[in-house]
Design a protein around this ligand. Structure first.
Ligand code: AMP
Ligand code: ZN
Length: 496
């Protein structure tokens, strides 16, 4: 029952039972960043969402091969088939090599992923590392009559593909509308039809820096081609999951699908997953709209919309508080609430580390036992319902109430028994740390430091030195730490 995972497949628009093509192996491909500038928090939301999906699949026992590419050529300004290459443009602007741009922003991306505690993918291939394979795929499509060459560029022929297939199947677009809408776009007159898309673009007679030799002259691959080629190379002609942001569904994923089906005559992907957008005042966060937040602005609090800095784990928690397929609006208030929520969850881990039995035998508290087991099951139910992290977090807070009851001894480990206690501890720790990928943020041995201070505090109390007691309490409070006098002794917690 606990393995009964259902995921919302963008292709069918329905929740489907997850059944990998070759269980226990799972192939997952996620479109990675175009490395021409710093990643913003919108990008981070998408990658954090897939990180949790990756983590949960592994937790269920699947052997996941997670491929997330680096787009380092072919993604043109305006996401269309004309205009400059985003990376080439940046290289010209800064008077450096395109590969210097790629190196700088790939490194930056890795650092950001590490800060947000996102696991590295199993393979991280780049588009420029697969030019040969891309040329080969174009040749296959040409041979099949699904592509045509004009002036050294090669385009995918949507009309020819349409004879036996359905372009628009993934995004739900109607081919008739696409054909009539896009007929007369500037700079696209080489195409037989403006819905056709570039597989290879000629660089002859242009100042395009990134170029390779091909059977059609010097040029560079179209953006959609890389993912088809790298997905096939590392995961096979058909694999389980393909992900990316909602904005990639059309045209990027629609084109990927057409290329794959055209070349291999089989559906490339069993489950398409799309994350929804991180918004600011309801508007998609994006570089071009000038409303994007960079991770370092958040960590320093240096942004006009922020009242204070926020840590990577607070932001990760904030993102996981909504389902990946819902939009999520970014605001200082929402982050402030996430800051408190995150600390509450982490305090639960701390409490668990210190919990002990009372040593007093007790009758089993059947009601509490049943409730705790129910909450543990609910954590799985929520994740099995299309990776619903928002619901999962709600259940973890319910479990936290029980943990806090144990701390205050309103409930005892003896009453719930060792087995239920271990299950509760394991579920809480596993979901917080392993599945949601949250971690305690501290680079000092805070436990050790606090032991020393608590010792001092206890002595001051015993000596009735209340000035010192108050001074210790208030200086710790400025650090966001509160002392707790309890039946069981003195403890501390992060201020909630
Ligand atoms: P790019 O580097 O532009 O190719 O984008 C990398 C990933 O971030 C893609 O999967 C995009 O769909 C995703 N993305 C871009 N903007 C947002 C946003 N505001 N919210 C969520 N995901 C986004
Ligand atoms: Zn892609």
């Amino acid at each position: 029952m606990l393995k009964d995972l259902r995921i919302n497949n963008s292709l069918s628009g329905k929740k489907e039972l997850f059944e990998p093509l070759h269980a226990p192996f799972v192939g997952m491909y996620v479109c990675g960043p175009t490395v021409y500038s710093d990643v913003h928090l919108g990008n981070v939301r998408t990658f954090v969402s897939f990180d949790v999906i990756y983590r949960y699949l592994m937790h269920l026992g699947y052997k996941v091969r997670y491929v997330r590419n680096i787009t380092d050529v072919g993604h043109l300004v305006n996401d269309a088939d004309s205009g400059e290459d985003k990376i080439g443009k940046k290289a010209k602007l800064e008077n450096i090599e395109p590969m210097e741009v790629v190196q700088r922003y790939t490194q930056d991306f890795h650092l950001v992923m590490e800060q947000f505690n996102a696991l590295a993918p199993s393979i991280e291939p780049s588009a420029t590392g697969h030019i040969l394979e891309q040329i080969e795929l174009i040749q296959v499509l040409l041979e099949k009559g699904l592509a045509y060459e004009v002036n050294g560029s090669v385009y995918f022929d949507v009309n020819a593909y349409q004879v036996d297939h359905d372009y628009g199947k993934l995004s739900g677009r109607k081919i008739e509308e696409l054909l009539s809408n896009t007929r007369a776009l500037d700079g696209q007159d080489e195409k037989r039809n403006s819905v056709d898309f570039a597989l290879w673009k000629s660089a002859e007679g242009t100042d395009h820096i990134m170029r390779w030799n091909s059977p059609w002259g010097e040029g560079f691959p179209g953006w959609h081609l890389e993912c088809t080629v790298m997905g096939t190379k590392y995961l096979g002609k058909s694999f389980d999951i393909h992900g990316g942001g909602m904005d990639l569904k059309f045209p990027h994923h629609e084109c990927e699908m057409a290329q794959s089906i055209g070349a291999h005559e089989q559906d490339p992907v069993k489950y398409w997953l799309h994350t929804n957008m991180l918004t600011v005042n309801g508007q998609k966060m994006s570089k071009s709209l000038n409303n994007s937040f960079l991770p370092h602005e958040l960590f320093s609090g240096d942004h006009e919309l922020l009242e204070r800095p926020y840590s990577p784990m607070t932001v990760r928690f904030f993102m996981l508080q909504s389902h990946y397929a819902s939009t999520l609006d970014f605001s200082n208030d929402a982050l402030l609430a996430a800051h408190k929520g995150y600390r509450k969850l982490i305090n639960g881990l701390k409490t668990l580390r210190k919990l002990k039995g009372t040593g007093v035998e007790a009758e089993p508290n059947e009601k509490a036992i049943q409730q705790i087991n129910q909450i543990c099951d609910n954590c799985y139910r929520a994740m099995n319902d299309d990776f619903n992290t928002a619901l999962t977090i709600g259940h973890l807070f319910n479990l936290l109430k029980k943990i806090n009851n144990l701390q205050t001894q309103n409930l005892t480990i003896e009453e719930i028994g060792e087995e239920t206690y271990e299950r509760m501890k394991m579920t809480y720790e596993t979901f917080v740390l392993e599945v949601l990928g949250l971690k305690e943020e501290s680079n000092v041995d805070i436990e050790g430091l606090m032991d020393i201070l608590i010792q001092e505090y206890a002595v001051a109390k015993e000596e009735k030195n209340y000035d010192k007691v108050d001074a210790l309490r208030s200086s710790l409070k400025t650090q966001g730490i509160v002392l707790k006098d309890m039946k069981t002794g003195i403890d501390w917690a992060y201020e909630e």
